[in-house]
Design a protein around this ligand. Structure first.
Ligand code: 5RP
Length: 220
């Protein structure tokens, strides 16, 4: 499994152009991408990172991490996904970094998504859909999620049984038992609930390119 993640990640290096500031996602597939980026770091100006985790990996390899506000519009964003449908719509947020990932995807001209073959699905929703929520709105948002989707929101806990806290100080609700027939419609509906910070559906701003790891990688 991790070999196919590595193969997808290394293929994404083809999209790097000299002098670029690269948007960098989060997760185990992206960790392989960061390793590969480290090998060509002289070619890039730096990176904009979507999480504290990726920032630490980038800095370990001597890649400068820049603030999105000063970087402006980015040419390229590379990130993984938890599910990817045939239209390149995604579920993301398994690593709880969905809000910053969504911001950087929106700020980027090209979004290259790197996945192993297990992430490909016909219909999104088997992977529980993450929603980042302001802590005081957790119960309100959960009730409205049930009313809108019929799915079951579950407050994400860490291994010690404590509520997961995102890099932005918020909580995560994972919506179970969905079959998402209309991803854009659901993304828009969930975005309307007060207290929702970001929805892990990347349908309004979906991937432009999907690289599925394998020998050779498949570019969709
Ligand atoms: C983090 C994400 C990741 O891209 C997603 O969870 C996939 O992770 P991995 O590459 O470890 O399978 O959205 O918030």
């Amino acid at each position: 499994m991790s070999e196919t993640k590595r193969l997808a990640a290394e293929k994404a290096i083809d999209y790097i152009e000299d002098g670029m500031i690269v948007g960098v996602g989060t997760g185990s597939t992206v960790a392989y991408f960061i390793q590969a980026l480290g090998r060509i770091k002289e070619r890039i100006k730096g990176a904009v990172s979507s999480s504290e985790q990726s920032t630490a990996l980038l800095r370990e390899l001597g890649i400068e991490v820049l603030d999105l506000n000063s970087a402006g519009q980015l040419s390229l964003y590379v990130d993984g996904a938890d599910e990817c449908d045939p239209n390149k719509c995604l579920i993301k947020g398994g690593g709880a970094a969905l809000t910053r990932e969504k911001i950087i995807a929106e700020a980027s001209a090209k979004f290259v998504c790197i996945v192993d073959p297990s992430k490909q699905v016909k219909v999104l929703g088997k992977f529980p859909l993450p929603v980042e929520v302001i802590p005081m709105a957790r119960s309100l948002v959960a009730r409205q999620i049930v009313a809108i989707t019929g799915g079951q929101p579950v407050w994400r806990q860490d291994a010690a049984g404590n509520g997961v806290v995102t890099d932005n100080g918020n909580v995560i609700l994972d919506i179970h038992n969905l079959a998402i027939a209309e991803p854009v419609k659901l993304e828009n509906a969930l975005n309307q609930i007060p207290g929702v910070v970001a929805v892990g559906l990347f349908a309004r701003r979906k991937a432009d390119v999907v690289i599925v790891g394998g020998e050779p990688p498949v570019v969709l």
